[in-house]
Design a protein around this ligand. Structure first.
Ligand SMILES: NC(=O)c1ccc[n+]([C@@H]2O[C@H](COP(=O)([O-])OP(=O)(O)OC[C@H]3O[C@@H](n4cnc5c(N)ncnc54)[C@H](O)[C@@H]3O)[C@@H](O)[C@H]2O)c1
Length: 278
């Protein structure tokens, strides 16, 4: 028996990285999954992965910053699988990079639309469907960048902090409906969001990310998927309004470097890409 048997999930940003890893895990635990992403090729590959892992899945092309698209992703879950139990607002990107005084209003707004408006929209359209079922679980991917400065570009950090407090705020409102609202704050996870911006790519990022927290290995999508599974399942029935940190200890007390790792690695300025131009 799977931990999500009979449940239906929408996962945004599930064509790649954390979202894709979570979709595969959810499918293996018995959930039917709507893969909602802009990336058609990756999204269709994720559907195949979910099916290979024993679950049902469909792809829905979605721009998470667009109200009509997020509404359509939720509607697809209901049309295809009859209900919506789990909404995982996960899609994201680095957004605007560079000094604050050089950041354009256009790139600031675009960043906030993809990283924050998206989460609002996911909540807005999922909650009415969950009320019909007498409950549900909303999960969002925030970041350690929402807990401290210096872990991401300015707009990214601001948006992720806002995701954490939106989580708390909405949890207060919908607790009475047995809808739980939580977010996850990952540390350094080796996905394209980071490794496409590290010279040398994935293997170099694997080494670099092993050096930045007490547990000396990079984070992987499966680490975040495991927390998402807990938050999606009935095991977390009494958990709401939380920001679950999954970071190998990164935020326990600043960067920790192994004795043999030498000086702190230089973090490229745009490490949290794909990003906009300044
Ligand atoms: N990788 C990390 O170290 C890390 C750390 C903390 C938080 N996060 C967060 O985790 C989430 C997932 O990132 P990831 O690391 O898996 O990166 P990723 O690049 O592997 O995946 C991000 C996915 O989001 C999709 N996406 C981007 N913009 C979109 C849009 N407008 N509409 C729909 N889909 C869109 C992309 O197509 C991609 O499939 C993001 O919210 C990110 O900010 C990542």
């Amino acid at each position: 028996m799977g931990r999500l048997d009979g449940k239906v999930a929408v996962i945004t940003g599930a064509a790649s990285g954390i979202g894709r890893g979570t979709a595969i895990r959810f499918a293996g635990e018995g959930a039917a999954v709507v893969i909602a992403d802009l990336n058609v090729e990756g999204g269709e590959a994720a559907v195949r992965d979910c099916k290979e892992n024993g679950g049902r899945a469909v792809f829905q092309k979605t721009d998470v910053s667009a109200e009509a698209d997020v509404k359509a992703a939720v509607a697809r879950a209901v049309k295809e699988f009859g209900r919506l139990d789990i909404m995982y607002n996960n899609a994201g990107l680095g957004g605007a990079v560079g000094p604050i005084d050089e950041t354009t209003v256009e790139n600031w707004d675009k960043s906030l639309a993809i990283l924050l408006r998206s989460v609002f929209l996911g909540m807005k359209f999922a909650i009415p469907e969950m009320r019909k079922l007498g409950g549900g679980s909303i999960i969002s991917t925030a970041s350690v960048a929402g807990l401290r400065g210096g872990a991401g570009p300015h707009a990214y950090s601001a948006a992720k902090a806002a995701v954490i407090n939106l989580t708390r705020s909405v949890a207060l409102e919908v607790g009475k409906d047995r809808i739980r609202v939580n977010c996850i704050c990952p540390g350094g996870v080796n996905t394209p969001l980071i490794n496409t911006h590290v010279p040398g790519g994935e293997p170099v990022a694997e080494q670099f990310l092993a050096l930045i927290q007490p547990i000396p290995r990079a984070g992987h999508p499966q680490d975040i998927a495991a927390m998402a599974l807990f938050l999606a399942s009935d095991d977390s029935e009494w958990v709401t309004g939380t920001a679950m940190v999954v970071d190998g200890g990164l935020t326990a007390g600043g960067a920790v470097f192994g004795q043999d790792s030498g000086p702190a690695p230089v973090i490229p300025g745009n490490f949290a890409g794909p990003s906009f131009e300044k």
